[in-house]
Design a protein around this ligand. Sequence first.
Ligand SMILES: [Zn+2]
Length: 180
Amino acid sequence: MLRLDLAKLEREGYAQVGAQVPADDPLWHGAEVKFEGPVDVHLRATHAGTGEIVVRGAVQGMLAQECRRCLTEVVTAARATFVMPMLYLASEEGLRLDEVSDDDEERLVFGRPEVDFAPLLAQLFAIELPLTALCREDCKGLSLDGVNLNEHPELQEADRARRDAASPFEALKDIDLTSQ
Ligand SMILES: [Zn+2]
């Protein structure tokens, strides 16, 4: 489903593949993120100016995440891209991420012209996707008792007072630092 035929790259100057991957597809397992609905994936390999093969990937879908303040589920549209150099090293192994030279740059190493990206896809995109979300810019978060303050704004003032009282800096306020 997500195979790039790099023999085609040599013949036609590029190789590409596009697919809609279901959110529950096993290839997302191990990703830090959870999608909702189908995810559009697009991969395109070309030659860079240096003659090196470069693959560009794009993924677009709806991300289901917890609001980092109030923990309710938020579904947001997300898009991520990556650009990776590829290197051919003859072998029977599948695609792998490797640092093959001493410049510390990671490359996608492949051993056969038909390259399956599915096993590495989650890893390649995970670093580019947002790991946290906010349900809204001014989310009020949870009270000390775990009440969602967006739903109970009348509790906000009392909660703030309790937080101030519990703050370790509060105790320092009365210390006279000039007397030392
Ligand atoms: Zn929230």
